[in-house]
Design a protein around this ligand. Sequence first.
Ligand SMILES: [Zn+2]
Length: 144
Amino acid sequence: MSITESALRYNIKNARTEKRRIDAENLLARHLNIDQELDQWCQERNTKYAQKQQARKAKRAQKKRERKANVLLSVQEEEKQSRYIPKSVQREVHRRDQGKCVECDSKVKLEFDHILPFSKGGSNTARNIQLLCEYCNRSKGATI
Ligand SMILES: [Zn+2]
């Protein structure tokens, strides 16, 4: 109980006239009301603050997820672009190179190789793609 409340209760108890008692009661009622309003106001403010904090946190987490997703997406996109050789081009290269490694004539573990690497501006056209066996492809990779 606050000091004001106990003082008002004391006034009610010791009122010498009915009117003073009623006045004191009204004062107490107002005082308690104000207390309650203040409490409510504080509570609302705290709730709002907590909600705001939570929203901020959620937003940050969302942004983090989006950044991560974007990075992943661009990596996937790049990989797809650089590695995808159209089926028609694959067929054309396979036929032109007679189904064997252009370096050693091996017919096993053949791979499509960008003559000029995609990362250096090479295109996904038959002119820029050749058949290499895994072994020749790896040794080529080591010299570029
Ligand atoms: Zn080879």
